[in-house]
Write a protein that binds this ligand. Sequence first.
Ligand code: NAD
Length: 357
Amino acid sequence: MKTIMVTGGAGFIGSNLVNYLLAQKTVQVVNLDKLTYAGNLESLAATSDDRNHIFVRGSVNDRALVMRLLEQYQPEAIIHLAAESHVDRSIDSPGDFIQTNIVGTFELLEASRAYWSRLSLPAQRRFRVLHVSTDEVYGSLGSEGYFSEETPFAPNSPYSASKAAADHLVRAYYHTYGLPVLTTNCSNNYGPCQFPEKLIPHMILSALADNPLPVYGDGKNIRDWLYVSDHCAALLTVLEKGDPGQVYNIGGNSEKTNLEVVQTICKLLDEMAPRPDSGSYSQQITFVKDRPGHDRRYAVDAAKLQRQMGWSPTETFITAIRKTVRWYLDNQEWCRHVCDGSYRGQRLGVLDEEAAK
Ligand code: NAD
């Protein structure tokens, strides 16, 4: 049985990853999550009876707690997802992004370094810290070209700047201390359990509530979309086969304008949950003032991962957006609970921070 610490494992990607890892039946997961508004234990309901899931409510900024957990559970790897992740929130209140994404990553690195330095030589060789980052660190593209691992950083929002800072710290811990780190920079994810402030769930739920579907600017900003289970598979591939100190881009090879995404959702809802008046949900689309500093286009070149490790996405946008719409239609109670916070903090096989001391 292998032990992996996951930070941010009650969030969107984190909960999908924890469910994915536990389904393998060969991994014990120590899940450290602060349970901010974005962390929801209900996303982990399937694991509530799984003795291989140890949930700890606490912050990556709490170095003493992280060190205690590392000493107690002796993980072979840490997958670091804990973050403030919403660009719009980073514009309103960047302070939380600096604290969690930069300072939190620093504290995690320091705890990891202390733990790793005391491991036996074979255990040191096995140990990895995988830092999960975003393609947004590279800034914005014009109509041509792709982000490669060599693209210089040019972050444009407080969110992407805080992630870029964390990426630099992670790199420095490899070059300075030899800590065996890996970094992945991934494009936009979608799928089950994504907090309803993000584009895809926001549009699905607003459409069903007969609210306007607000598209920023002219709707022509382009993102590369990756289904979350493909991201989880890529992370585990990098963890297993990646070389310490290396950076790997992860992308869906699936560029869409925001307007295309919203129109696709409307078409699927027209088919799967027709409006009572039989009109199209696309009537609800409205164009609103653009986000400040809104990057025009992201597109990821994931050839390194494909070439070196044979990973490529298994889903296309068309197959996976259908699954995603279906999931939100079937899980409206989850949406209500995460929006009103009623499940946050509820005990579901939970070991709280006090109990972990
Ligand atoms: P999310 O906002 O859904 O989840 C973040 C989780 O981190 C939440 O459960 C939250 O409670 C937890 N958290 C926040 N601060 C914490 C702290 N100080 N200590 C411990 N836990 C804390 O985010 P997500 O969309 O699942 O993204 C996960 C990671 O993947 C982030 O690092 C993000 O930058 C990166 N990423 C996301 C995407 C995407 O499209 N969602 C794409 C590329 C990279």
